[in-house]
Write a protein that binds this ligand. Structure first.
Ligand SMILES: Nc1nc2c(c(=O)[nH]1)N[C@H]1C(S)=C(S)[C@@H](COP(=O)(O)OP(=O)(O)OC[C@H]3O[C@@H](n4cnc5c(=O)[nH]c(N)nc54)[C@H](O)[C@@H]3O)O[C@H]1N2
Ligand SMILES: Nc1nc2c(c(=O)[nH]1)N[C@H]1C(S)=C(S)[C@@H](COP(=O)(O)OP(=O)(O)OC[C@H]3O[C@@H](n4cnc5c(=O)[nH]c(N)nc54)[C@H](O)[C@@H]3O)O[C@H]1N2
Ligand code: SF4
Ligand SMILES: [Mo]
Length: 817
């Protein structure tokens, strides 16, 4: 029996295009774009059409596994697994402290709900340190954003006159809404321009009006020459800068001194072309930029992030059509939660009400819960209604902020205990993790929980990461497949697939229209597997960290009404702020019990809907949600719950981006002293990453048509290029005496691998490239190159330790076949 078309989304990249699928016999038999999706509107690329290779992988895990001393695995029951894991987590916490527990991952490109529940486990154990893949790509940029204006930005590429892609190949990697039509339109329109900075003639560079074909790893010189041109040719938006920025003079001074011709030489791009690009940006009514791995995983990444932002700041391209914007969030995955403050602070009446409300909430939390638990519903429903009316505005914002800050952790900065590496927004740089374990330091990490991520494969120097996992007292992996990381873990817990449970992606990164989609399960979990929210709740139950009467009382309140629950819930947080970190668990065990059958995991979505409405009421209202106060969050939740194609949850005017600016003076703080010092320092550097031993620069991780991180393990998913060939230019191939299809050995200071070769004109001499997402063990063999056996965790950014995957010194050896 084939089902009707059901709505879901693609899980292969952050665009999360809406899909319609038909299911038969647990398989995704037909897949097409969902025309009703509020962002993608029917668009998809070629990748999701064979998503069933993910869903129906014959090697899906379906029973908990425990590692034996000899390294093999035995099947155990869920109860045994959860009992043992909880006992061992408690032992680590009680012996060494909860801060020795490390949480890694929590989601891939389409599944962030499990990780959101995982935050409750992190807090239940008393964790301090966590990380995920963002901490080997986006943390430098995140830190720069934070200094300049306080939050994440994105470009309005649909409207922009000039689009600038720096180390980003969106034709393949996407990341925009409806990426390819948007790129084609930019390329076709003679009044608009596409500027690409990339050492390769990538698919996007091939469409570009101006391609700055840098030598790999030299963007610091290229982008500073671009910014310097703006200053030296007097192309900056002076009046705008005077009105909207502080500290800009220091930036202008630094850029004034740059020798553009010499920097052009160092990055290998004609100075005239750099000047032409800068003039085109300056002349445009609007410009937007997008940086990605080509610079974030290359030398000087943090500095280049800063310089990138200067391109649009110096030209005044913020908060206007086609420009750059800070956007709304459903819940911030890597930025700040931003309740938009009122222009002149709360009026006195509200302040007084807030004071009374908070005291009442704190004192009344317990009696209130008891009342809901015992008194007749008609009475308690009325109490809830009246109390919420009176106190919601005054109390919900501070309580919600507590929850958002505790779960989002934007202000956990500091450094790591062993290596003193900078932590950004609560994330430990990935390159530091192994070193926080492989040491005798008393504060070393002792236990690690990994969910929906494959760090033993995806982080630099895989062998070192595996060694670190072996040293831990406890490691647990929650997975759908027996990954390279799972093969190192003490326990492996089998998760239901992303089409067998409620899921959502928190990549709500767009402006002015921002959308969010909750996906309902298309089928029951594969027997033996469980959804993550259930796994986390079951472990936290065993840790016994939440008072059972609180759970019982809140559940009773939820049975009275949503309002009664809202009141009791916010009062409970106000009364005991420590509960904030456990909110996902509390919601699951209380509100979740009262939701329609099977919708338990929606409990956390209820929390997100309220936080979102409390933080950005005006944007939510502009998106068509007309209720006020508590009812606005309810209305949003109802939409998330029922609108299967997704919801336009926030709509802004361009000007509203100023309201999201985090600095109290609502200005861009342009000067970042350490990076201005760094800008001065690169003047003395002549970039060079090769040597006689390693004459090539390997870009280890190119996004191609059929790569999607390591989400799909089965190589049959890829119609072409199954092995993922090493690309190099014709001149290099001739010099080495190799041709397309030949097998070579690629050698780096860390390791070596065999790979087939593809001779391709898109590469420049000396630059070679391997695809991301290959080298997985499957059916007894490894298909393609596991990149991180070739990379090092010490070649990295000096500020935030981001790996230099794009500039790995390498050599190619011929192998006799
Ligand atoms: N098809 C596909 N799409 C994906 C993914 C996938 O695995 N497959 N993964 C997703 C994820 S997690 C991410 S983070 C994004 C990444 O998306 P991108 O960053 O766009 O992808 P990459 O191909 O890794 O790198 C982009 C470009 O950087 C260039 N580059 C290499 N070295 C340099 C350099 O020194 N300077 C400059 N300026 N450019 C350089 C490369 O030639 C390449 O064209 O893609 C997402 N989308
Ligand atoms: N050398 C090199 N290394 C790189 C890169 C590179 O370009 N070069 N790219 C880097 C980048 S940008 C990124 S983002 C990372 C990505 O690397 P990872 O963070 O490891 O992420 P994914 O590939 O997304 O891994 C997703 C995992 O989730 C599992 N999974 C799928 N569905 C579910 C589910 O429902 N529940 C659970 N629990 N698990 C599930 C999949 O089996 C898979 O193992 O790799 C990084 N590593
Ligand atoms: S891979 Fe990305 S762009 Fe392609 S359909 Fe999936 S979400 Fe959309
Ligand atoms: Mo990524």
């Amino acid at each position: 029996m084939t089902s009707d078309w059901a709505r879901t989304a693609c899980i292969l990249c952050e665009s999360n295009c809406g899909l319609e699928v038909q299911v038969a016999d647990r398989q995704l038999v037909k897949i097409r774009g969902d025309k009703d999706h509020p962002a993608s509107a029917g668009y998809t690329c070629e990748k999701p059409l064979r998503l069933d290779k993910y869903q129906s992988d014959p090697h899906r895990l379906d029973t908990p596994l425990r590692r034996r001393p000899d390294g093999s695995y035995e099947e155990i029951s869920w109860d045994t697994a959860l009992d043992e894991i909880a006992a061992r987590l408690a032992a680590v916490r009680d012996t060494y402290g909860g801060d020795k527990f490390f949480y890694y991952g929590g989601g891939g490109q389409g599944n962030h709900l499990g990780g959101a529940y995982g935050r409750a486990l992190f807090h239940a154990v008393g964790g301090e340190y966590m990380s995920n893949a963002l901490a080997q790509e986006k943390i430098g940029e995140g830190w720069v954003d934070r200094q300049l204006y306080g939050n994440h930005t994105s470009g309005d590429f649909e409207k922009t006159e000039v689009a600038v892609f720096i180390g980003k190949n969106p034709w393949q990697s996407h990341g925009l809404v409806r990426t390819r039509p948007v790129l084609k339109e930019l390329a076709r329109d003679p009044n608009r321009a596409l500027i690409v900075i990339d050492p390769r003639v990538s698919e996007t560079a091939a469409l570009a009006d101006i391609h700055l074909q840098t030598k790999p790893g030299t963007d610091a010189w290229c982008v500073s020459a671009l910014a310097a041109t703006l200053v030296q040719e007097d192309l900056t938006a002076k009046a705008w800068l005077a009105e909207h920025t502080v500290g800009i003079d220091e930036v202008l001074d630094a850029l004034r001194g740059i020798d553009i011709a010499d920097y052009a030489r160092r990055c290998g791009v004609p100075a005239d072309l750099i000047r032409t690009a800068a003039r085109r940006i300056a002349a445009a009514d609007s410009a937007a930029t997008y940086e990605d791995l080509g610079i974030q995983q290359a030398p000087n990444s943090t500095l280049v992030s800063y310089l990138n932002k200067m391109l649009w700041i110096l030209t005044g391209n913020f908060a206007k059509p086609g420009g750059m914007h800070i956007h709304s969030w459903v819940f911030p995955i890597a930025g700040r939660w931003h309740p938009v403050p009122r222009a002149d602070g709360p009026p006195r009446a509200l302040r007084v009400r807030r004071a009374i409300g908070r005291t009442a909430m704190r004192r009344g939390a317990r009696p209130l819960r008891r009342t809901f638990a015992k008194a007749p519903r008609a009475v308690t429903g009325l109490i809830a209604e009246a109390a919420l009316q009176a106190f919601f505005e005054a109390v919900a914002v501070p309580s919600a902020r507590r929850v958002a800050d505790k779960l989002g952790r934007p202000d956990s900065n500091g450094t790591t205990p062993v290596t003193g590496t900078n932590i950004v927004a609560g994330l430990v740089p990935c390159n530091a993790i192994a070193d926080e374990i492989l040491t005798d330091h008393p504060d070393r990490l002792r236990a690690m929980w990994i969910d929906a991520s494959n760090p033993a494969h995806s982080l630099a120097d895989s062998e070192r990461f595996r060694e670190a996992m072996r040293k831990l007292d406890l490691s647990v992996v929650v997975e759908v497949g027996m990954t390279e990381t799972a093969r190192c873990a003490d326990y492996v817990l089998p998760a239901a697939s992303q089409f067998e449970k409620y899921e959502a992606s928190l990549f709500t990164l767009h402006f002015p229209h921002n959308t969010f989609q909750v996906r309902a399960p298309l089928m029951d979990p594969l027997p033996g597997t469980r959804p993550e929210p259930e796994i986390y709740a079951d472990v936290i139950d065993r840790l016994g960290v939440v008072d059972r009467t609180l759970i019982a009382d809140l559940t009773a309140a939820a049975r009275v009404s949503r309002k009664a629950f809202g009141l009791a819930f916010f009062a409970a947080i106000e009364n005991d702020p420590e509960l904030a970190g456990l909110v996902p668990y509390i919601l699951y065990r209380t509100l979740g019990e009262t939701l329609p059958l099977g919708e338990k995991p929606m409990a956390l979505i209820w929390g997100m809907a309220h936080l979102c409405a409390i933080a950005q009421p005006d944007a939510v209202a502009k998106a068509g949600f007309t209720a006020r106060g508590f009812d606005l969050g309810e209305q949003l939740f109802e939409a998330f719950r029922t609108e299967r194609s997704g919801v336009l949850f926030a709509d802004d005017e361009y000007d509203d981006a100023w309201n999201y600016l985090q600095h109290p003076d609502r200005k861009i703080h342009a000067a970042i002293p350490v990076l201005l010092a760094e800008l001065a320092a690169i003047n003395d550097i002549e970039p060079n990453y090769t040597s006689a031993e390693f004459p090539f620069i390997l870009s280890a991780g190119e996004r191609r048509s059929f790569t999607a991180n390591v989400i799909i393990r089965n190589p049959d998913w890829r119609r072409r290029d199954q092995q993922g060939a090493l690309r190099l230019c014709p001149a290099d191939a001739t010099a080495l005496g190799i041709a397309t299809g030949d097998v070579v050995r690629i050698v780096t200071e860390t390791g070596s691998a065999r790979t087939a070769v593809e001779v391709n004109e898109i590469m420049q001499p000396g630059h070679i490239s391997l695809p991301n997402g290959m080298g997985l063990a499957y059916d007894g063999s490894t298909v393609g190159v596991p990149l991180n056996t070739l990379t090092s965790n010490t070649r990295r950014d000096k500020f935030f330790a981001s790996p230099w995957h794009k500039t790995v010194p390498a050599r190619i050896e011929r192998v006799e076949s």
